[in-house]
Design a protein around this ligand. Sequence first.
Ligand SMILES: Nc1ncnc2c1ncn2[C@@H]1O[C@H](COP(=O)(O)OP(=O)(O)OP(=O)(O)O)[C@@H](O)[C@H]1O
Ligand SMILES: [Mg+2]
Length: 360
Amino acid sequence: MLSIEGLRREFKEQGSGTAGGVLGIDLAIEPGEFFTLLGPSGCGKTTTLRCIAGLEEPDSGRIALKDRVLFDRAARVNVPMQNRQIGMVFQSYAVWPHMTVFDNAAYPLRYGRHQKMSTAEIRARVMEVLEIVGLAAFADRPAPKLSGGQQQRLALARALVHRPSVLLLDEPLSNLDAALRDQMRREIHRLQKETQVTAIYVTHDQSEALAISDRIAVMNHGVVEQVGDSRTIYDRPANAFVARFIGLSNMLACEAATLLVGDEVTVRTPIGELRGTRMHSGSASTHAIIRPETILIDPAGTIANRLQGTIRTIAFMGEITEYEVEVSGGTVLTVRTKDNGLRVGAAVTLAIPPAAVKVL
Ligand SMILES: Nc1ncnc2c1ncn2[C@@H]1O[C@H](COP(=O)(O)OP(=O)(O)OP(=O)(O)O)[C@@H](O)[C@H]1O
Ligand SMILES: [Mg+2]
């Protein structure tokens, strides 16, 4: 559907000589897919979207939508933004304050490529899209008299009104408060599935990305570190960067690994020798990651990797409670969904199933 090959848009950092921006990425996005670019601030997410939209001219690479080339440096193709059939929603939703909801949503049809559309056609299209985002009842209201969430929905309506093949969303929820953000995230998801528009969504919030995406590209310093669905990215991170960026985890440096059977290994770590599972065959086994929710406290039975420790901090966070446990050689983080009466200073036994010690 949308293919990006060798995309590069480099910005020289003043004085330092190091390069920022997008430093060569390849992506193939499927029709109707909800695809997310996830990564820390400055990793090149917005720059990538701007290149796709035609707001930024890449230094090199090729961008094609279905069988239409939008940009190809080598072939000197650069389709202007307004002819790319792409809708975009920004972080600041930028609705026009002097216009009604209806006029805001109608703007791209009146002043875009669709200038030949009749008033009746425009009315039908706009009301259809306002219906989809749940704003039909507000059509005649001045745009500033909408709540933040409603303004964001209006921005979505405006991006969808010309029926784009691809919808680009750049951190569209970051201006909303936490409760509204969750609600809008679900709405965007529903809307995307309903309209079947191919969506590329940008966020630096890993839980948002995991919840909403069909697939995620994790970016770092202008390159893509891993592409995969949420489960794969969470359960089988390609490297230490991805593991650290996605979800809470205990990250241990490994000194040596001994292969046992299949992908089972033993590794020497600062908190002792652990039985673990190698994630990628042939990898150097430099790090082991352990998700906090996989560590058991005072377990029954004979699970391997037992550690004696003392609880140092307890943080009640609502759905979960986080425990920091000091063990010989370091501290490990574990979480529980129920209060189990543990107090700071308590001596505990931790057990970590070998499948949960993921060796990268
Ligand atoms: N016009 C520009 N001139 C110079 N440097 C730029 C320009 N635009 C972006 N950059 C640099 O390129 C890098 C990537 O920027 P980009 O806006 O793509 O990051 P991002 O991943 O969207 O970050 P954020 O999550 O903070 O929005 C940054 O280091 C940024 O400073
Ligand atoms: Mg950005």
